[in-house]
Design a protein around this ligand. Structure first.
Ligand code: SF4
Ligand code: SF4
Length: 176
């Protein structure tokens, strides 16, 4: 297990999908997953909110990924909002710096796993005023539907506010 608490594959790093198969076959369990980190602490040092409190211990209340995807409150906590680094749907900083990903991550060859073309690095200003109708058009069958329109607006506005851009006037015209 990674110190940022993901499974690390020696063949692919941690950017993998986890799946499951339901069966009535009697199967023998494989050996428990082992740690491949050694003395590396890159992810702990790179996390902008100090969410990795100890190897294998991530404090969700400090984690950008948790708050941008799961927190449905009207505001992000200040210590998270001030350190978004433009992340508005999850956060991959700890995985970006991981040597297992830098050496072994591979792009997918499954077309269905590719993002919708219009959703690659969309302008934060557009997300900060995302309407219900635009959300339905942009994320028709996407895991990103987990992030509701008001959450997109909140996250993008917080990322812009960290750059000194105030979107409150434009947001007052958006649907809730
Ligand atoms: S996802 Fe981002 S905020 Fe969360 S532990 Fe990793 S680097 Fe830190
Ligand atoms: S960055 Fe280093 S410490 Fe963190 S999970 Fe990867 S190998 Fe382990």
């Amino acid at each position: 297990m990674a110190k940022y608490v993901n499974v690390i594959s020696r063949d692919y790093g941690s950017w993998v999908f986890l799946g499951e198969i339901l069966t009535n076959l009697s199967l023998s369990p494989s050996n428990p997953h082992t740690s491949h980190c050694g003395t590396c602490t890159r992810c702990i040092e790179a996390c902008p909110t100090q969410a990795i409190r100890a190897p294998g211990v991530v404090d969700a209340s400090r984690c950008i990924a948790y708050h941008t995807i799961e927190n449905r409150g009207p505001q992000l906590p200040t210590q998270v909002a001030n350190h978004l680094h433009n992340w508005v749907a999850g956060c991959d900083i700890c995985q970006d710096v991981c040597p297992w990903n830098q050496r072994f991550a591979q792009p997918t060859d499954v077309a269905e796993f590719e993002p919708y073309p219009g959703n690659v690095a969309p302008p934060l200003e557009d997300l900060a005023t995302l309407t219900e109708q635009e959300w339905n058009q942009q994320f028709p069958a996407s895991a990103l539907r987990r992030i509701k329109p008001a959450m997109w607006r909140r996250n993008a506005a917080a990322a812009l506010a960290a750059q000194g851009v105030d979107m409150s006037a434009q947001q007052s015209n958006s649907e809730s």
